[in-house]
Ligand binder design. Structure first.
Ligand code: PHE
Length: 334
């Protein structure tokens, strides 16, 4: 009887393996597993068997039943087009690959660079690890100057520090070239501040510097107004307030109407309707002397722009820290 079971198995393996239609499969199912099948009759005959044989034959019958069931299922899958893999549905849409995009901050930077390039500025870069001279001293911020308190500085070692603004690139450029100079210096800056929704220990600035004979304040105002209109449209409201920086005189702070609430007041503009975007002014004569220029012959303007704020207004993000966290769930949305 065991031999007969093996014959049945071999035969079934063959036939199930080559079955080519649903009908054929159904016939095979009836023949091998049906009520009148040989296997079923053997199964029913077990009761009348000698107990010494019954156990071995019973086990073999059950094993074959189980295997025949598996053969049937595999053949059904194969005929359904599943290539033998159960549960594979070839009609489902595929998974879309993630497409990489520029980080929103980098997009903002690229846009700013584009506008200033059109206005005739070229890009200049400087080191992130600066020294006291370029970051402070040459910019008319001596060691005991109160302005140093505003620049919570990360010191590296000795007089090495992480630059607290992009203004040292002004110094480096003026010391390595002669006027006329018309540059922008985009890049990351560092301040040892407790992070909150509007402060981060690292953020981006974009510095601008124009130095030549006879440069006047009106040109500064003109270029920045042109820039802001290019960025936000001709009807953007711009406001200049008197300001103070040790390296410019006179100095101004420049606000635009909040792009998120359009002046009504929201969390981005702290309910004022205005967002401060730029610090600017005429290069202080002391700075010219520090880089070896004659302030009686040369004049110029400088400005520094907060890139993160522009990016936040663009994306509607109200927490600057989100720009550095690189949470993909957020980045995919903007
Ligand atoms: N460096 C200044 C700051 O970080 C910004 C600035 C640049 C102001 C150039 C005037 C001119 O606050």
């Amino acid at each position: 009887m065991l031999k007969r079971l093996e014959e049945l198995r071999a035969e079934a393996t063959d036939l199930f393996g080559s079955a080519s239609s649903e009908n054929e499969l159904e016939e095979l199912r009836v023949r091998f597993l049906g009520r009148k099948s040989e296997l079923n009759q053997m199964s029913r005959g077990l009761g009348g068997m000698d107990p010494s044989e019954r156990k071995a034959v019973g086990q073999a019958v059950n094993a074959l039943k189980k295997d025949l069931g598996a053969m049937l299922a595999a053949a059904q899958d194969r005929l359904a087009g599943g290539g033998g893999k159960p549960g594979l549905d070839l009609t489902l849409p595929g998974r879309r690959p993630w497409v990489g995009r520029r980080h929103p901050l980098m997009r903002t930077l690229a846009r700013l660079e584009e506008i200033f390039t059109l206005l005739g500025f070229e890009v200049a870069l400087g080191p992130h690890i600066e020294d006291d001279f370029h970051n402070f001293e040459a910019l008319n911020i001596p060691a005991d100057h109160p302005a140093r308190d505003m620049h919570d500085t990360f010191y590296v070692e000795g007089d090495r520090l992480l630059r607290t603004h992009t203004s040292p690139v002004q110094i480096r450029t003026m010391m390595s070239r002669k006027p006329p100079i018309r540059i922008i210096a985009p890049g990351r800056v560092y301040r040892n501040e407790t992070p909150d929704a509007s402060h981060s220990a690292e953020f981006y600035q974009l510095e601008g510097l124009y130095v030549d004979r006879g440069v006047k304040f009106g040109e500064l105002k003109g270029v920045l107004t042109r820039f802001l209109r290019e960025l936000y449209g001709d009807d953007v409201a711009v406001r200049l307030r008197p300001g103070f920086f040790p390296f410019t005189e006179p100095s101004a702070e420049i606000d635009v109407e909040c792009r998120v609430c359009h002046g009504k007041g929201c969390s981005v503009c702290k309910q004022t309707g205005w967002v401060e975007l730029l610090g600017a002014g005429m290069v202080d004569p002391r700075v010219f002397r520090a880089v070896g220029y004659d302030p009686d012959e040369i004049s110029g303007y400088a400005f520094g722009l907060g890139v993160d704020r522009i990016c936040m207004m663009e994306t509607g993000l109200d927490d600057i820290r989100l720009l550095m966290e690189n949470d993909l769930r957020l980045l995919r949305q903007i």
